[in-house]
Ligand binder design. Sequence first.
Ligand code: GDP
Length: 299
Amino acid sequence: GRLKEGLTKTKKGITDRVDDMVKSYTKIDEDLFEELEEILITADLGVNTTMEIIDQLRDRVRENKTTDPMEVKGLLKELLTEALEEVADPNLNLETTPSVIMVVGVNGVGKTTSIGKIAHKLKGEGKKVLLAAGDTFRAGAIDQLKIWGERSGIDVISHQEGSDPAAVVYDAIQAAKSRKVDVLICDTAGRLHNKKNLMNELGKVFKIVNRECDGLSRESLLVLDATTGQNAIQQAKIFKEVTNISGLVLTKLDGTAKGGIVISVSKELKVPVKLIGVGEKLEDLQSFEPKTFVEALFD
Ligand code: GDP
């Protein structure tokens, strides 16, 4: 369905290229491994992960006494599933009422859209959701969040543009507690000029959350744009220095052939991918399930 459609480019970049490549071989040799290595690196799987997968593939070919190049694809499918299972964690920790999800990320990565989609998804699961318009800096961010709220019948706590984001988040936490909300989702500003600036903007907000939400289930999701490749990894490193990140949301996977970023970003940061975006529609933000993901790429 939507996932398969959304991964069309990555399928072309990985699976279809592997298909074409193995057809040109009559036996499995070093050249084949080298060509495969290049395909995986080009698809942004990262050098380390690629090397690991190629080594494991060599082992498996030897153990299984595989001689037919056509069987390489099946083995690769197994190994990719295993690599993804290592980095995935589709569960959100939302045990308490309220639970709080902080959403951080640089402007333009799809933060507001992702919040709207997560809120819609949780409401669909029967949860009472509240949104906090914590990005008071970007023009239009508050209105954009309100539109998402209206679309799904979810309230949004907001102040004026330019006001103190920590005050908005504080009000939203009190509202979530008094209204017996299941999940509060907080938007935050994403002006990444430099680390110090980011720390100033997010630090105060997180301080409030830490103080007011002691004992509550929390998630801090970092939203990254998959089409920006290695840049996304650099951004993520800066955010990780400034705040604790419990999970990644990788958006716009539909816009890149280099979907291997799912593995490399998570491995480099040691933070699991929780959600992936494969399009602009509401249902296009999905829990990251390695098996389903690989099936969509290979079948
Ligand atoms: P923000 O500045 O981070 O809040 O970004 P927005 O939520 O406004 O999103 C920026 C653009 O990215 C919008 O046009 C979204 O529709 C688009 N977008 C977000 N997620 C996805 C996705 O998974 N796939 C595609 N193709 N577009 C997306």
